[in-house]
Design a protein around this ligand. Structure first.
Ligand code: HEM
Length: 395
């Protein structure tokens, strides 16, 4: 038996798992991997085993626990270790979710659709005006999630350059950049929350002030950390999924043709793309707060646990032709939004942004094609969000 393979590894193709993940997958569904700091952690690669462990009562999200696995230097910062929701366990975690879930339900998100359609149409207008070649990263993938979450929260979009830059650095910067950017964001939101408490606006922050701060359920500082997480979680993930989704469809013209034939296929295609591209790569980082038995292994209290979305989404035990993109697939169940109590709060919103953006882009610009070979597109990030830095297209 060779030693625990290194994790994470870099992708060379934006939508394909790194070559080294084949070995990790073959040694799964549960194995040990080596992290950048030389420590080992358990990794779960099987789809069923991932769901099983993510609902295990002995799994904890407490990032301040000494055994919590750190997958990249930037996650060592104090802010990263104390994030609202993401770094919390029940009961407080569940209370926060109860406050927030209604504002991200399918019903709430459907009400936002006309506005999201207007926003997307505006960005596509600008791409058309710009003319080919156009880089879809600054013209669509980055500003769309930013504008949508700012509108939803009631945060001034004038400051979007600052948010985009800061949340990008939090997720993908060096340790120092990430910590400084998180602190800058924190200070900014701190001022914003103070203003909202004095004079609540119509957005979600104002609503939370009226529903939860005025009632004494949560305080100023709690609202700041909730807003911080919402901003960080909404930006990079959606932006990268959008860019990776466009690349993947342009690289699979026969699949794109199926969507052009019948746009009603788009919601299913979005699910399949989310499965296939697995933007988040790693969908959960946890520590065992008690022993866990899984797939014949014993994970001991205090050991780190990682769940690989990339591998679980391609698990041949549950997906037929797992490595094939098939937008007509009816069972594209995936773990790209995680599973269990921490499952993505913004998933309905993300799905809608992707669906509306793909529809508008491929309808308005029928001749769209990649303006650079896919192997030359710069990608950043391993073990977390896969970020495409440039996406030049022509038509
Ligand atoms: C395609 C886009 C997105 C992807 C792939 C994604 C992925 C994920 C994943 C994998 C988790 C689970 C983390 C874990 O279990 O530790 C998560 C949690 C979360 N996501 Fe998303 N996300 C996306 C978009 C969004 C958006 C638009 C929002 C906006 C509010 C959002 C807010 C959150 C929050 C607040 C959590 C923490 C939930 C909790 O701990 O209870 N996400 N997301």
């Amino acid at each position: 038996m060779t030693e625990a393979p290194p994790y994470p590894q870099k992708r060379t193709c934006p939508y394909e798992p790194p070559a080294g993940y084949r070995e990790i997958g073959e040694r799964g569904p549960v194995l040990k991997v080596t992290l950048f700091d030389g420590r080992e952690a358990w990794m779960v690669t099987g789809y069923r085993e991932s769901r099983e462990i993510l609902t295990h009562p002995n799994l904890s999200s407490q990032r301040t626990h000494p055994g919590f696995p750190i997958v990249a230097p930037r996650f060592r910062s104090q802010i990263a270790r104390t994030l609202a929701l993401i770094a919390m366990d029940p009961p407080v975690h569940d209370v926060y979710r109860r406050y927030l879930n209604p504002h991200f339900s399918l019903k709430s998100v459907r009400r936002m659709r006309p506005e999201i359609e207007r926003i997307v149409a505006g960005f596509v207008d600008r791409i058309v005006e710009h003319g080919p070649p156009a880089d879809l990263v600054p013209l669509l993938a980055v500003p769309l999630p930013s504008l949508v979450i700012c509108r939803h929260l009631g945060v001034p979009y004038e400051d979007h350059d600052f948010f985009q830059d800061a949340s990008g650095k939090v997720m993908l910067g060096t340790e120092e950049e990430s910590a400084t950017a998180a602190q800058d964001l924190f200070d900014y939101i701190d001022r914003l929350v103070a203003e909202q408490i004095k004079d609540p606006s119509d957005g979600l922050l104002g609503t939370l002030v009226r529903e939860r701060v005025v009632t004494g359920d949560i305080g100023h500082d709690e609202l700041v950390s909730i807003a911080l997480v919402l901003l960080i979680a909404a930006h990079e993930t959606t932006s990268s999924s959008l860019a990776l989704g466009v690349i993947t469809l342009l690289e699979h013209p026969e699949q794109l043709a199926l969507l052009r034939e019948d746009p009603d296929r788009l919601p299913g295609a979005v699910e399949e793309l989310l499965r296939y591209i697995a933007t988040t790569d790693l969908v959960a980082t946890r520590v065992a707060k008690g022993d866990i038995e899984i797939a014949g292994h014993l994970i001991r209290e205090g050991e780190g646990v990682l769940v690989s979305g990339t591998l679980a989404n391609r698990d041949a035990a549950v997906h037929q032709r797992a490595d094939e993109l098939d937008v007509l697939r009816e069972d594209s169940h995936h773990l790209t939004f995680g599973f269990g109590i921490h499952q993505c709060l913004g998933q309905n919103l993300a799905r809608m942004e992707l669906e509306v953006a793909f529809k508008e882009l491929f309808t308005r610009i029928p001749g769209i094609r990649l303006a650079a070979p896919v192997g030359e597109l710069p990608i950043l990030g391993a073990g977390t969000v896969q970020r495409v830095l440039q996406l030049p297209v022509a038509w």
